[in-house]
Each structure stands twice: as structure tokens, then as C-alpha cells.
Design a protein around this ligand. Sequence first.
Ligand code: NAP
Ligand code: BGC
Ligand code: ZN
Length: 363
Amino acid sequence: MKAIVVTSKEVGARIKEINDAENYGEVKIRALYNGVCGTDREIVNGRRIGITMPPGKQETVLGHEALGVVEEGNDYFKKGDLVMPVNRRPCNKDINCLAGRPDFCETGEFVETGIVGADGFMREFWLDSPRFLIKVPHELEDIAILAQPLADIEKSVEEILNVQRRLIWTCNDGTLDCRKVLILGTGPIGTLFSLVLKSYQFDVWFVNRRELNTEEQTVVDTAGLNFFNSSRGYDELISKVEGFDLIIDTTGAEAEILNPTFRMLKRNGVLGLFGFPHTGIVSMHANDVQNFVLNANVIVGLVNGQKPHYQQALLHLAAWKTIWPKITSSLITRTVRIEDPDSVLNVLSKKEPGEIKVRIEWK
Ligand code: NAP
Ligand code: BGC
Ligand code: ZN
């Protein structure tokens, strides 16, 4: 079958025929779409640490965002059902993995399909275990591919809200709408974070170091987000907003991007690290460290969503189709077909202007 692979030896991806890809269970799934994540590009361009091949292999099938259709199933996953696989899988040695939460694996021996030690889903077919599959309503087929990155974000927001249970963080009307959040990066991850937090009624500020393109502007206008261009620093924003209760970096840019964020956090505020910076050093002045302590701030690493988060993601996508149809119909900015290998390899290596989410179509 046809697959998109990366190797341990060289950067870049290749489309080739393979016959020895890993399978994980008894449900046979035919691929419909793969989403292209910033992580796929980091892997293809050799910018992500911790990427490993399946045991004994020198290459792996790429792809952790997938939507497929059941070809041969069981009593629950029936032929014709739309399904989506969970990408991180447990080591089954520690209590979190045994409880279906390898996003908090204690041993570090989990695998991630298409990322860490397991073949991914950029291939025509795979076999999977019901344990790692989510049924997707046909009504969401057009945007369901977003549920994988959105699951990572649902988990992250759940985690932030759990961290903030250390105090009373709700406002005097019981909501979170007095809380201000700064999202660095306007890619698919930054966009989905903004929409989830807006759904929770946060006051959302969206940041890039350039002006927004038309597609991004549609998201901002429709969802009622605020935008700030950070190319001239943050002084103007700080004078306007005073500070943020939550700052989330989704850029995957240079680590220095975090330096100004420490001073923008309000008391009890949280800095969430989600993107994977590929270069640079974060530096924090001693006074900033003192303030961080005095202000009871938190830095938290946010990674990977699991099955309940995919379920929550599908609910959000369904709700957004109703309240923000203009957004949901414009998030997938490009679909490239596997029969067009040049375009596929191109979208896997770089982002194009005007892009939010790109997907690869197999049907
Ligand atoms: P992306 O499409 O590359 O988006 C990155 C965004 O950040 C783009 O809007 C980019 O603008 C913007 N940006 C770059 N440098 C910036 C700067 N200096 N200041 C402000 N904005 C800047 O990638 P993505 O798919 O959204 O993924 C984002 C990151 O999250 C990646 O590192 C990815 O690996 C990571 N990720 C982590 C998890 C997890 O579980 N922790 C899950 C999924 C993804 P331009 O459009 O101008 O380039
Ligand atoms: C995936 C996550 C994964 C993370 C770390 C992301 O791109 O969407 O599910 O845990 O990378 O490898
Ligand atoms: Zn991803």
C-alpha cells in the first residue's frame, strides 16, 4: 500500500509502497484524511527532539491526525462508520497508562503513532484496537480531522482549570469572562486554543508578529477575539490590558519569545507551554523570578489529549458548526490529494501564507 514515510537517517518525507507497517488491532480502517500538524513539519525538517522509529526499523509511517472509515469492524465499530485513532498509546506499566491516561505516562515508555516509536496513519489502511478508536458522526466528516489537535487543547484547558482549582478563579458572576488570555501564534493550534477559551468565555487576545491574513481575520471577527501585532514589542498592549491571567505559547518559534511573557502575567497567572521551540534560550532576570514567586505564578507543560478529550473536541466542533459556521467552514484552508505527490510533499515541508489547516485526502 501507499504510505508517507520519514527515516531516521535523513530529513524530508517520501511517498512509497510499503508492506510491513505496524498494526494495532482487529478493526480495519481505510484512510480518508490526514491533517498536517506543525509537529509533522518539525519531524520532516528534523526540528523535533525525541522522534524514534518503531523497534528495529529505520523508517516510520508519518501521521498522527487521521480520519478513516471502517472496512471490517466489530459489533460497535461497524463497516462504514467514521473513526479517528488516538495517537499516544500507553506503556501499560504505570497507573496513568493503565487508566487510559498515557498523556501522563510515568515511565516515558509510551508510543505516539507517527512520532515516537510507532507507525502513523499516513497510509491507505491500518488495523486498530477499539480501545484507541473514537466514532465520529458523519455530520462532522468535513471538519472532524481537527478533533485530534483539538483533543490536545481540550486536555490542556482541562489541566489549566485543574491547576487553577488551587484558588477561586471564577469571576463574581461564576464565569471566567473577567479572565484575560494571551495566545501566542495564530496557526491551527493557536486558533483552536482561542476558540476553546472563547467558548469558556475568556477574553482572548491573539498574537502574531505580523498582521493577520484574511483567513485569520475571519476567525478574529467572527469569534470576537482581540488581535495584537507583537512586532514592535508589548508595551502598547500592556498599557491597554495591564496583564494576563493566562498566556499560552503555541508558536514553535525561538525560545526567546517567552522572555517578555513573565512580566505580562498577573498574580496567580499561568504560563502554558504548548509549542516546541526549536532554537534559542529562555532567560529570566532574577527580579522576574522573585516576582514569579511573589505572584504565585505557574509554568505548565501541556501535551497530548486522550479519548475523553477527543469526545469533548467533537462536541465543540459540533457546537461551533452552529454558532460559528463562518469559522468552521474556513478552518481547513487546503486539501491536497495523495495522487498529487509534489503538493503533498510540499505541504509537509512548509507552511504557506493564508493557511490555517491543511489536510491530505486519500479517497
Ligand atoms: P504552525 O502552523 O507553524 O503555527 C505557528 C504559529 O505561530 C503561526 O501562526 C506562526 O506565524 C506563529 N509564529 C511564529 N513565530 C512567531 C512569533 N515569533 N511570534 C508570534 N507568532 C509566531 O504550527 P501549529 O500546527 O499551529 O503547531 C504549533 C506548535 O504546537 C508546534 O510547535 C507543534 O509541534 C506544537 N504542538 C504541540 C502539541 C502538544 O501536545 N504540546 C500538539 C500539537 C502541536 P506564521 O504563520 O507567520 O508562520
Ligand atoms: C500531537 C500530540 C503529541 C505531541 C508530542 C503533537 O503534535 O498532536 O498528540 O502528544 O505532538 O509529540
Ligand atoms: Zn499534532
